[in-house]
Write a protein that binds this ligand. Structure first.
Ligand code: BGC
Length: 718
């Protein structure tokens, strides 16, 4: 569709967002009209003043040098006799400093490519494409930047358009829209307006979210408005933005005369509060709305329990998923980062799949993972690899085996396995070739490798203060994930009918070498990984030791990104479900409910994001919207409620609830392709009552007894 169109640019010399314009007349009956558009940057198209589609920040975020999406819109009903097609283009991800490591992406000029294909009722047709006949003018968006915010001058007089520049840019990287569109979702009204001890006027939306604020105002021309965003208040109750680092996250707006409503076009923020830096005296709260913006995902899972704090934790996990599923899975949505960190995505993917239908979202991103995988098979730590980091960390690069496998198990489609099988193989082969010791993944200088190569048990608490990487051995973690990825490669190969004998042999050797080398386990995470990846001959002894470590530590965890997602699983799988619940229900630092008790409405990056005395652990790396530790919710879905696929895609299910009286009751459901599975239990005086509903044949395991059932609703007691 776009092959005949020409890339056009210009109009952004002073940093303003240009608007590309084409006027045309139609004097026949239109049967259908379809607009295809993409941009180097992000775009918003309007026909005759009406917005085309509702995609925010189109064309989305991809490894642009190889994959640039274009969107198509049915615009049949938008055309009139006289038409004006306008396409405004902002910097987006593409031309933002977040992309600074990739000059081949970052330094591309602002440009747009579009084709409007019209079919007339008389069977003739017409194509309007971007070419030298378009005009360009400076829009009222005088500055827009994903990190810094937006400056809009509503009072700016309309300017004359100038000639566009026809650019010779490649079209080889164009692909049709693959992911879910990004659009607006919840609209939240302010919870309150208050004045901080420093005298700042602050609006609290009551929820940390990702998106922007829409406001309405009746103002005199040239009234200036300026507000900043923040996730949290400091210990004294003042507005706190240091954790945004260099991201200014400010909206500035110059009013036209009269009533008007505005929301940013090409910027988003991670925030709960805004501070009115410049705003008329009179503030009407109802004139402000926080709008959540994220990929258009269908919600599939729900968790409700007798513990209100666990319910809040679940809500926090959902909000962190929404806030970080804005076209790519990001670490955080607020500071000058917002990158597709692979480790975070693999840690959270299982929970993500239960909460929402994320198949399409991840399949698109896996396309970028494959595009960015290096010749030698190593997988960059962030995708797209905007910083152009040379690294490839264990537990981060393993995203290429873990996510396709999870998608297959959850949705039953072999496509993610087929698409990624070669990339999985390249990853495992890369590790084989990179290690100093056969059958393990051993680095030259393990201590130095931390940060430089591997991220270790990122943010674990068992390291000296100030360390980001925990105390678990980096070689241990790397070798355990080497085993894990090799196993997933074998399983995937078997599903696809590929010959994996060589990898089966490799796997046996890895396991043997691992057991021989790493027989002394030190940290909670090392114990957890040995159990999770089946790398010990004495599971009972290791589980017992892990249980003892947790008890000695006051029923508290010390694990980071790598150990935490598996910790509760290995405990409950090995007879210590009570200890898993101890951790889930722990309210003192460090724990999930500690965050809830400190007012969290999303998942924090650090266990000590806010300390007991209200101070923060650091301003350098302190996000309050980081989904990684929200991965605990997959334990609630698959163990506490016990909902698991017996066959990929839930064609058959296992429902094996693990109740605990301290939770009181639990009511969990999951929408699958075959219908809704529900698992409910209630602890009462005379025992525990279970209500199970399955739309597919299931193996229900209650109190150690197995019941093979066909679809239907069942009640049990223990
Ligand atoms: C991110 C993490 C990420 C890490 C790599 C951080 O800056 O926020 O979530 O995984 O870097 O260790």
């Amino acid at each position: 569709m776009l092959q005949e169109a020409l890339w056009i640019g210009g109009g952004n010399e002073d940093g303003a967002c240009p608007e590309f314009i084409k006027e045309f007349c139609i004097n026949k009956e239109v049967k259908s009209a379809c607009l295809a558009v993409t941009a180097i940057g992000v775009y918003e198209a309007h026909i005759n003043g009406r917005r085309v589609g509702d995609f925010i920040l189109a064309p989305g975020c991809t490894a642009y040098h190889k994959r640039l999406q274009y969107q198509t819109y049915d615009v049949t009903d938008m055309l009139e006799e006289e038409n004006r097609l306008c396409i405004a283009v902002g910097t987006g991800w593409h031309r933002n400093r977040m992309c600074k490591g990739r000059p081949e992406i970052h330094e591309k000029p602002c440009a747009v490519l579009a084709a409007l294909t019209i079919e007339y009722a008389d069977k003739t047709g017409e194509k309007i494409i971007t070419d030298g006949s378009w005009r360009v003018k400076k829009s009222r968006i005088l500055m827009s930047d994903l990190y810094d915010g937006e400056l809009y001058n509503a009072a700016l007089p309309e300017t004359e358009g100038a000639a566009v520049t026809v650019l010779t840019l490649s079209k080889d990287m164009l692909i049709p829209q693959e992911g879910e569109k990004v659009c607006e979702h919840e609209r939240l009204k302010p919870a309150k307006l208050f004045v901080s001890p420093k005298g700042e006027r602050i609006i609290d939306f009551g929820q940390n979210l990702t998106g922007y604020v829409e406001f309405s105002i009746d103002a005199e021309e040239n009234t200036r408005i300026r507000f900043s965003h923040a996730e949290i208040l400091d210990a004294d109750g003042n507005f706190y933005t240091e954790n945004y680092r260099s991201a200014r996250a400010v909206v500035e707006y110059i009013c036209k005369a009269g009533k008007q409503t505005y929301k940013p076009h090409f910027a988003f923020f991670g925030f709960r509060y805004i501070r009115l830096d410049e705003f008329p005296e009179q503030v009407t709260l109802d004139d402000f709305t926080a709008i959540a913006v994220y990929s258009d995902l269908v919600r599939t899972g729900n968790i409700e329990t007798g513990n209100l704090k666990i319910n809040q934790l679940f809500s926090n996990t959902l909000w962190s998923q929404k806030g970080n599923f804005l076209d790519i899975p990001t670490d955080c949505p607020q500071r000058d980062e917002r990158q597709g960190w692979t480790g975070d995505a693999q840690v959270f993917v299982k929970t993500a799949c239960y909460n929402y239908h994320v198949k399409r979202f991840f399949e698109k991103w896996l396309g970028d993972v494959r595009a960015e995988q290096r010749e030698n098979g190593s997988v960059p730590d962030m995708i797209p690899n905007f910083w152009n980091g040379a690294g490839s960390s264990s537990a981060w690069g393993d995203v290429i085996t873990i996510i396709p496998w999870q998608l297959y198990r959850m949705y039953g489609d072999v496509k993610p396995l087929a698409d990624n099988f070669d990339a999985m193989k390249k990853w495992v082969d890369y590790i084989t070739g990179d290690s100093l010791q056969k059958y393990l993944w051993i680095c030259a200088d393990s201590e130095k490798a931390l940060w430089k190569k591997h991220y270790g048990d990122w943010l674990a608490l068992d390291a000296p203060a100030g360390s980001y990487t925990g105390s678990s051995s980096v070689d241990f973690i790397a070798s355990a994930f080497y085993a894990g990825s090799t196993k997933l490669l074998i399983e995937s190969g078997k599903v696809l009918g590929r010959d994996v004998t060589a990898y089966e042999e490799l796997y046996k050797n890895i396991v043997a070498a691992f057991k021989k080398t790493f027989h002394i386990l030190k940290t909670q995470t090392e114990h957890t990984l040995a159990l999770y990846f089946d790398l010990t001959d004495d599971k009972q002894a290791v589980a017992k030791a892990l249980d003892a470590m947790i008890k000695e530590n006051g029923n508290k965890l010390q694990t980071g990104f790598v150990g935490t997602p598996y910790l509760l699983h290995v405990l409950s799988e090995n007879g210590y479900a009570g200890t898993a619940y101890d951790l889930l229900l722990q309210e003192e630092y460090p724990s999930w409910l500690y965050e809830v008790n400190h007012g969290a409405t999303t998942i924090w990056e650090h266990w000590d994001g806010v300390r007991e005395d209200g101070t923060f652990w650091s301003s350098d790396m302190n996000s309050y919207n980081h989904y990684a530790y929200g991965s605990v919710m997959d334990w609630v879905y698959t163990v506490a409620a016990g909902i698991r696929p017996a066959q990929a895609g839930f064609r058959e299910a296992i429902i094996a609830p693990t109740p605990d009286r301290r939770l009181g009751w639990l009511d969990v459901s999951l929408k699958t392709a075959y219908g809704r599975i529900a698992s409910k239990w209630i602890c009462g005086g005379s025992g525990i009552r279970y209500e199970i509903h399955t739309p597919v044949p299931a193996l229900i395991i209650i109190g150690g007894r197995e019941h093979r059932v066909s679809e239907g609703s069942y009640i049990f007691w223990t």
